[in-house]
Ligand binder design. Structure first.
Ligand SMILES: [Zn+2]
Length: 109
């Protein structure tokens, strides 16, 4: 299922997605997803590359983003967002102070 917000994101960044691209994360991570798409898009512009986003998922409570190609810069970016996601509630976007399995704040647990 792709939430309404994410459908709009796919439209806004249509150059980054392919037909089968999948966004399967909850709305709490919307801002992170928006930020990472902006970074990938500007990286493509600067490098004159056409790296695509294949899927954006939650795996073991972390934001995982799969691309058609990687380079050192994007490896670093994706790693940073994955680490950040561990501290942001996937459902509501609130800060999560200590995280067990999955990423939900105390209110959403
Ligand atoms: Zn929450």
């Amino acid at each position: 299922m792709v939430g309404h917000n994410y459908k709009n994101l796919i439209k806004s960044f249509k150059d980054l997605f392919v037909e089968d691209s999948l966004i399967d994360v909850s709305d709490g991570w919307y801002i992170m997803v928006l930020n990472v798409l902006n970074i990938i898009s500007s990286h493509n512009n600067i490098k004159n590359s056409e790296i695509k986003v294949l899927s954006i998922k939650s795996k073991f409570g972390r934001l995982r983003i799969y691309l058609s190609e990687y380079d050192d810069y994007l490896d670093g970016v994706l790693d940073a967002f994955e680490k950040q996601s561990f501290y942001i509630c996937e459902r509501c976007g609130n800060q999560v102070l200590s995280s067990g399995f999955g990423t939900l704040c105390l209110k959403c647990k």
